[in-house]
Structures are given as structure tokens and as C-alpha cells.
Design a protein around this ligand. Structure first.
Ligand SMILES: Nc1ncnc2c1ncn2[C@@H]1O[C@H](COP(=O)(O)OP(=O)(O)O)[C@@H](O)[C@H]1O
Ligand SMILES: [Mg+2]
Length: 277
């Protein structure tokens, strides 16, 4: 298997003065190149800490993280790793300066020493990918939340990352904005082959993942394909998470004696009820 990221027995604590806060403990996780991986878990379960370990922002106290077989603890490679693993955060307003969008997008690659002509090509591609081409010469002030997040994604894309991490990047958006960002992310994964790691507390966003990792109290308590994960109803509940709505309904129906498979989507649920399979 071709793993772009490999997390091997990693622990990380936050130490300040004589207090220590557990961040994550004994994490093992492989991220396959080109896959779409979702981390779910309640607040404080360790998702953001794990994300920051994946791009070398944090270095493990114990164990190691490899990105393209490079150890993130190798200080000479920090810059290379950060440019390979791009991260988009929760609040789009903190991620942009109020300049013309094109200038904003040029900033990162200019610092990398990318040639002017190539920067232009990268901006064309990035704006097209996030479906924001007509905003090139505007300022971000009047954009909706979903549009701002798509520009934040474009600002990462111009760096040509191999992995895109979205840390609750849809949390502050309305349903329309969430759909826009999800569509963009799914397109990047399926059409550009980009490895995507999505951190979310919307279970519905986990359904289409190749792999779901469930976090609780700093540990990965469950990982696998969405079907394998969501059938472990008790572990999901222990992790203080809700099942996707259709899954919850199918679990209740099964309890009532209906012989139907576990559903992840409304379509699957309707199909099994109508067609009886
Ligand atoms: N800057 C910090 N200083 C001290 N403890 C922190 C800090 N950031 C996170 N933690 C602790 O690490 C644990 C995991 O937090 P985090 O990774 O932010 O979780 P999540 O992203 O799942 O909400 C929590 O117990 C939290 O209190
Ligand atoms: Mg977080």
C-alpha cells in the first residue's frame, strides 16, 4: 500500500509550567495516497492536535509521523512538509487579508520563489477548482462564508500541496456553504487525486470517506470504512457522537425486527424499505 502519511505510536501532550494536558495518546494511523479520510470526535477528543502533528506543526513526544517517508521531526524538512500538507481552519476570516483575492493567492507561492507566469497558472487553476473564477479581482469583504472558505482552500491549492487537511472548515457555514465546500473537496479528491483529510462533527460528511477515524479522549477508538465504523453503535455512543440520521433510523427499525441492512444514507434506507433488500 502506498501511504502518504504514516503515524506510528504517536503521543503528544501540552505542557505549560507544571501542568500537563493530554493531547493525543498512542495514535497509529496510515493515510493512503489519494484517499479521502475523515476524523470525527467530540470537542477536545484530539482531532486538531492530531492534524497539527500531520504537517509538522507539532512534533511527537513519542513515536513518529512520516510524510512521504520523511520524519516530521527532521527540522531541515519542516518547510517541505508544511508545503506538502496544507491546512484550512475553521474561521475563514482569520485566513485572509483584505486585499484583492488574486494578490492574496499570489502571496504564498511568491514566498516560495515560484515564477510569475507559473503563479498566474496556479491561480487560474485554483480559482477554477473552487469555482470562484469571477472573484479574482475582488476583495474578500463581501463574500459569503462558503465563498470565503473556498478562497481559503484556493490559497492552499496554489502551494500545490499533496494533502489537504480541513479542520472543521465547514463548522461555521450555513447548509448551502457547507455543501459548496464539500463539493469542492470531493472534486479535488476524485478528479485531482488529492489526498484529503476532513475533520468534522457532521456525521453526514463522513459517509463518503474511504476511511473514518473516530477519536475519543485523545485516542483513535475506531477506524475503517464508514459502514464498518457506523455499525459499532456502542463505540460511537461512548465517544459521545451521533449516528448519521439514516443509520439511526435503520438501527431502530432493526431493533423492531425489520430485517434491513444498516443504512448510511436516506437513499439506502428508502431503498431497503421499499424494495425489501
Ligand atoms: N493550546 C493548548 N493548551 C493546552 N491544552 C490544549 C491546547 N490545545 C488543546 N489542548 C488539549 O488537548 C486535548 C485535545 O484538544 P484538540 O486537539 O483541540 O481537540 P479537538 O480538535 O478534537 O476539539 C484537549 O483536552 C484540550 O484541552
Ligand atoms: Mg479542533
Amino acid at each position: 500500500m502506498d501511504n502518504i502519511i504514516s503515524v506510528q505510536n504517536v503521543s503528544y501532550d501540552y505542557v505549560s509550567g507544571n501542568t500537563t494536558n493530554r493531547g493525543v495518546s498512542e495514535i497509529n494511523l496510515d493515510i493512503e495516497r489519494g484517499s479521502f479520510v475523515v476524523f470525527i470526535g467530540h470537542n477536545g477528543s484530539g482531532k486538531s492536535t492530531l492534524a497539527k502533528l500531520l504537517n509538522g506543526f507539532f512534533v511527537p513526544d513519542q513515536g513518529k509521523v512520516l510524510v512521504n517517508d520523511i520524519d516530521t521531526a527532521d527540522e531541515e524538512k519542516t518547510f517541505e512538509i508544511r508545503s506538502k500538507v496544507g491546512m484550512v481552519f475553521q474561521n475563514p476570516d482569520n485566513q485572509m487579508v483584505a486585499s484583492i483575492i488574486e494578490d492574496d493567492l499570489a502571496f504564498g507561492p511568491e514566498n516560495l520563489g515560484v515564477k510569475r507566469e507559473e503563479i498566474k497558472e496556479r491561480i487560474d487553476w485554483a480559482l477554477k477548482t473552487v469555482n470562484m473564477e469571477e472573484y479574482r479581482n475582488r476583495t474578500p469583504n463581501r463574500l459569503s462564508g462558503g465563498q470565503k472558505q473556498r478562497i481559503a482552500i484556493a490559497a492552499i491549492l496554489v502551494m500545490k500541496p499533496e494533502v489537504l487537511i480541513l479542520d472543521e472548515s465547514t463548522a461555521m457555514l450555513d447548509p448551502k456553504g457547507r455543501d459548496e465546500v464539500m463539493d469542492t473537496v470531493l472534486k479535488l479528491n476524485s478528479e485531482e487525486g488529492m489526498t484529503v483529510i476532513l475533520i468534522t462533527h457532521y456525521m453526514e460528511e463522513a459517509i463518503r470517506a474511504d476511511k473514518v477515524a473516530v477519536m475519543n479522549e485523545g485516542r483513535i477508538v475506531l477506524a475503517g470504512k464508514p459502514k464498518e465504523v457506523f455499525e459499532k453503535v456502542d463505540i460511537i455512543r461512548d465517544a459521545k457522537l451521533e449516528l448519521p440520521v439514516a443509520t439511526k433510523v435503520s438501527v431502530e427499525l432493526r431493533k423492531l425486527g425489520y430485517d434491513i441492512p444498516l443504512a448510511l444514507t436516506e437513499e439506502e434506507l428508502v431503498e431497503s424499505l421499499v424494495l425489501g433488500n
